[in-house]
Design a protein around this ligand. Structure first.
Ligand code: ADP
Ligand code: CDP
Length: 219
């Protein structure tokens, strides 16, 4: 029987790295739900749509051709035939995605698209509302967390390694802003799902966190 592992948590808590590691260890398909919110944001920005104009964002999303497939062990998608990857991590997308993600119609489209991925096989899905909203009945729910300072430093180091010219204080500010928007929005705010195992990784290694999840799923 297929299994779906839900991994939620705030920005830079380790969701992507942990989910990829768990998917590789168990042979499951890795799903980055945030990528879809980023993809909708990327499409809106490149079409010149104001991300604060919900009706315009919804129209843009509905007029786009979205196609989902599995490649190299990960679920991915095309946007009118393009497969954006690096583009989704850029500053303009990063700074606007939380506004797009508050639009209820956007969330409905993403949630439906994510649920439909189950037909591809067992999944490790990371996001903000996977355990609370997308797959609330999954017996495998995890909430990753770490101190904001540690999370900001992780994101900063990652951006520097990617050659982005960012200041540590600005990364901290941007992370705090996103934490606030994500945890206070009306629709599906970021919160610990009932029954989720909370893992605080502030002083854990990545491998320890992956092993903790793998062990819990194998039990
Ligand atoms: P998220 O998907 O929650 O935004 P990421 O998986 O992208 O977080 O992690 C952000 C950065 O922090 C990555 O560079 C990752 O390697 C690093 N990282 C993740 N978990 C840990 C950990 N437990 N200890 C140290 N660094 C970590
Ligand atoms: O990697 P990081 O945690 O910084 O971001 P992400 O997972 O790519 O998600 C980007 C944004 O999409 C988040 O700040 C949320 O606003 C939104 N998101 C969401 O609302 N629900 C999800 N399941 C996943 C992401």
């Amino acid at each position: 029987m297929n299994k779906t592992i839900a991994i939620d948590g705030p920005s830079a808590s380790g969701k992507s790295s942990v989910s990829k590691g768990v998917a590789a260890a168990l042979g499951f398909i890795y799903v980055d739900s945030g990528a879809l919110y980023r993809g909708i944001t990327w499409q809106a920005l490149r079409k010149g749509v104001d991300v604060h104009d919900a009706a315009a964002v919804i129209a843009c999303m509905e007029n786009t051709d979205w196609d989902f497939f599995v490649q190299d062990g990960a679920a991915t998608f095309s946007v009118d035939g393009n497969v954006p990857v690096q583009e989704l991590r850029k500053k303009d997308v990063r700074e606007n995605v939380s506004f797009v993600a508050v639009i209820p119609e956007v969330r409905t489209f993403v949630v439906d698209s994510l649920r439909a991925l189950e037909h591809f096989g067992s999944l490790v899905m990371e996001g903000r509302d996977i355990g609370t909203k997308v797959f609330p009945d999954s017996p495998y729910k995890f909430y990753l967390d770490a101190d904001p300072e540690e999370r900001a430093m992780r994101r900063y180091r990652e951006l520097v390694a990617a050659g982005e010219n960012e200041k540590a204080e600005e990364v901290m500010e941007s992370l705090k802003k996103r934490d606030k928007i994500d945890s206070t929005r009306k629709t599906d705010p970021l919160t610990v799902a009932p029954g989720a195992q909370v893992i605080d990784s502030t002083s854990m290694t990545l491998d320890d966190v992956i092993q903790t999840v793998v062990d819990a799923v194998k039990e």
